[in-house]
Write a protein that binds this ligand. Structure first.
Ligand SMILES: [Zn+2]
Length: 87
């Protein structure tokens, strides 16, 4: 299954929607962390990171688990939101 954050082909980790909300509240954003690949990043506008956060709280993935790749997991860790994963 692809990563729900960056679309990488392999996403072995599962993050619950509530944990993902907490992670975002702690400041994680894949756009500002540079996790979005160039193939997708060129589509981004200045509003995209904000729109992405809204998706986390209210979008289709706000009620379901997120599939997350190792790179994004490392980004979450780098943003200091690692402890939110244990929730
Ligand atoms: Zn990813």
């Amino acid at each position: 299954m692809p990563c729900d954050i960056c679309s990488a082909p392999r996403a072995p980790s599962i993050v619950s929607s509530s944990a993902m909300c907490e992670i975002v509240k702690r400041g994680f954003n894949p756009f500002t962390e540079g996790l979005i690949p160039d193939s997708l990043a060129w589509l981004a506008t200045p509003e995209t990171p904000y729109d992405w956060e809204k998706q986390v709280f209210n979008g289709v993935l706000s009620n379901t688990d997120w599939k997350v790749c190792d790179t994004c997991l490392a980004g979450i860790e780098k943003a200091g939101a690692r402890s939110a994963l244990t929730k």
